[in-house]
Design a protein around this ligand. Structure first.
Ligand code: HEC
Length: 212
């Protein structure tokens, strides 16, 4: 290699550039070097056009967007991973009713009228009437009273569907309704004072006052 070098060097020597015996060569730049150089020039042109004229998000806009996405994610999961509002979509409720038939009907009756478990169609609730309360009892259960914790038994998706279905049962007329248990709630899910059911008068509502 050094051989070849010195030979080229002879040909391209710049004769009048000789300083104290140090000679200067005038070799062409290698093709690969020129190739890279042209690529960087093209890249620079493309980059300038992109930054100056195309409608790209600025850093601030990109930050804003990912922040919104994060907020969205946070709002989805409540304490027990549930959503804030029950679904009223007939397709979701139909799937919820299937989950109910498979996992809940043995204790709550096929129409939610209650068997071992309480009537889910009336306005009386032991563990609270709100959608949050219902999702909570389904997820965490009340094992000592016979209500299973479905958190580990069915998916969050199925819990949401069946909880929505339970909400939709309220106000329906089951064939053999079980006597009321817990305390009565109005349509806004506020406890109605002094209206505790006879059954055992226990369990203050998680979000209301205890009955007298
Ligand atoms: C093994 C029997 C059993 C099964 C299966 C069962 N439950 Fe229950 N459930 C109960 C009992 C018993 C209670 C009452 C707990 C108490 O007294 O604190 C209850 C309470 C509830 C409550 C609260 C009612 C109230 O008055 O506050 C809801 C809602 C509920 N169950 C929904 C469901 C759903 C939905 C399923 C199916 C995914 C299900 N349960 C499966 C026995 C059961």
């Amino acid at each position: 290699m050094s051989n070849k070098h010195s030979k080229d060097a002879d040909e391209k020597l710049i004769k009048d550039h000789d300083y104290d015996g140090i000679q200067e060569l005038d070799n062409d730049l290698p093709n690969w070097w020129m190739f890279l150089f042209y690529i960087t020039v093209l890249f620079a042109i493309g980059y300038m056009i992109n930054v100056s004229f195309m409608e790209n998000d600025t850093d601030a806009e990109r930050f804003e967007k990912s922040w919104l996405q994060l907020e969205e994610k946070r709002n989805k999961g409540g304490a027990s991973g549930g959503a804030d509002e029950p679904s009223t979509d007939p397709a979701i409720l139909a799937e919820g009713s299937k989950v109910f038939a498979g996992h809940c009907a043995t204790c709550h009756g096929a129409d939610g009228g209650g068997l071992v478990g309480p009537n889910l169609a009336d306005n009386f609730w032991i563990h609270g009437a709100s959608f949050k309360d219902i999702q909570h009892i389904i997820a965490k259960g009340q094992v000592d009273k016979g209500m299973l914790a479905f958190e580990t038994l069915i998916s969050p998706d199925d819990r949401y569907k069946v909880a929505s279905y339970v909400v939709s049962l309220r106000g329906t007329k089951p064939a053999n309704p079980k006597e009321p248990q817990g305390i009565e709630y109005d349509d806004q899910n506020n406890p109605i004072d002094g209206n505790a059911s006879s059954s055992d008068g226990k369990a203050p509502s998680p979000d209301g006052k205890a009955p007298e």
